[in-house]
Design a protein around this ligand. Structure first.
Ligand code: NAD
Length: 293
C-alpha cells in the first residue's frame, strides 16, 4: 500500500522555519511581514478559508489586516481597498479571496493587485512569467507550489517523469501544469472535455488531481506505483459531522492507496501545505521589500 504523504507535518516544519525567519527579521530591522486580506460577501467556505489563513499568520508572527465588504458592494469599493493596500508600504501581501460576487469583474480586480504584493500569484504577469522559460515570476500560486513542495519533500524525482494534471483552472490546474514543466516533467492536462481521461491518467508517474469532483479518480485510473497528489476538497453529505458535511478529495482513496506508491490524504495533504506556501510568499515579499536577506 501507498505511503501517506503527511502534508500537515511537512507544513508544520515549514511554518516553524518561517516563524524563526520572522523573528530574525523583527530583531534585525524591527519590521514584520504583513498580509492584507479582502473578503467580499458572506460565503461560509470563504470565511473559513480566510479565518484559517489569518490564524496561520498569527502563529508565525506575520501581521494581518482584513477588509470585509458586503456582497452587494460596488466593484469600485473592492478596487479602492486593493489600491490602498498597494500604496501602504507596511503591507507586503494582498490576497483577494475568490470567488468574488457575480457582478464583479474578477480579472479587473486581480489586475490591479501590485505585482510586488501578489502573494497568491494570480496576476497575469506572474502567470505569464511562470509559463515562459528563462523568466522568474515574483510569486508562484500557493496550491501549485504546495503540490511541488509535497513531491520534493517526499523525494519524488520530477525531471523526465510523466505527469498528468486533472483540471485546468487559472488558480490550480493551469499553473500546476506550468510548474511541473519548469521541473522538467512531461505534462498532460486532462479536463472536462477530455476523452478517455482514465487512459491518459494511467500513463502517469505523477498524478495531480484538481477537478473538484469527488471520487473521480478510481484505482484503475492509476499506474501501479504512481504518486498521487489530491488537490480536490469536495463537500459530501456526512450526517455524523458537526456541519452536516465533510470534505473528500477527487481521488477514491481506498482504491488508490492499494495501487499508488504515495498519496496525499484529504484533509491533511495539499490544504495545510497551501497555507504554508502563502506564509512563505508573504515572508519572501517582506524580505524583498526591506532588502532583508
Ligand atoms: P474549477 O472548478 O475552477 O476547475 C475545475 C477543473 O477541472 C476545470 O478545468 C475542469 O475542466 C476540470 N474538470 C471538471 N470536471 C472534470 C472531470 N469530470 N474530468 C476531468 N476534468 C474535470 O476548480 P478549482 O478552483 O481549480 O479547484 C479544483 C478543486 O481543488 C476543488 O475541489 C477545490 O475545492 C480544490 N482546491 C483545493 C485547494 C487546497 O488548498 N487544497 C485550493 C484550491 C482549490
Amino acid at each position: 500500500t501507498a505511503v501517506v504523504i503527511d502534508g500537515k507535518l511537512m507544513a508544520d516544519e515549514i511554518r516553524s522555519v518561517i516563524a524563526d525567519e520572522v523573528s530574525r527579521m523583527k530583531s534585525a530591522i524591527g519590521k514584520v511581514p504583513r498580509l492584507a486580506v479582502i473578503l467580499v460577501g458572506e460565503r461560509k467556505d470563504s470565511q473559513t478559508y480566510v479565518r484559517n489563513k489569518i490564524k496561520a499568520c498569527q502563529e508565525v508572527g506575520i501581521m494581518s489586516v482584513m477588509t470585509e465588504l458586503p456582497e452587494d458592494c460596488a466593484e469600485s469599493e473592492v478596487l479602492n481597498a486593493v489600491s490602498s493596500f498597494n500604496e501602504n508600504p507596511a503591507v507586503h501581501g494582498i490576497l483577494v479571496q475568490l470567488p468574488l460576487p457575480q457582478h464583479m469583474d474578477e480579472e479587473k480586480i486581480l489586475n490591479v493587485v501590485s505585482l510586488e504584493k501578489d502573494v497568491d500569484g494570480f496576476h497575469p504577469l506572474n502567470i505569464g512569467n511562470l509559463a515562459m522559460t528563462g523568466r522568474e515570476p515574483l510569486f508562484i500560486p500557493c496550491t501549485p507550489k504546495a503540490c511541488i513542495e509535497l513531491l520534493l519533500r517526499s523525494n519524488v524525482e520530477i525531471m523526465g517523469k510523466k505527469a498528468v494534471v486533472i483540471g485546468r483552472s487559472n488558480i490550480v490546474g493551469l499553473p500546476t501544469s506550468l510548474l511541473l514543466q519548469r521541473h522538467h516533467a512531461t505534462v498532460s492536462v486532462v479536463h472536462a472535455f477530455t476523452k478517455n481521461p482514465e487512459e491518459i491518467t494511467r500513463e502517469a508517474d505523477i498524478v495531480v488531481s484538481a477537478a473538484g469532483v469527488a471520487n473521480l479518480v478510481r484505482g484503475n485510473w492509476l499506474k501501479p506505483g504512481a504518486i498521487v497528489i489530491d488537490v480536490g476538497t469536495n463537500p459530501v453529505k456526512d450526517p455524523d459531522s458537526e456541519y452536516g458535511y465533510s470534505l473528500t478529495g477527487d481521488v477514491c482513496y481506498e482504491e488508490a492507496v492499494k495501487v499508488a506508491s504515495a498519496i496525499t490524504p484529504v484533509p491533511g495533504g495539499v490544504g495545510p501545505m497551501t497555507i504554508a506556501m502563502l506564509l512563505s510568499n508573504t515572508l519572501d515579499s517582506a524580505k524583498r521589500a526591506y532588502r532583508f536577506t
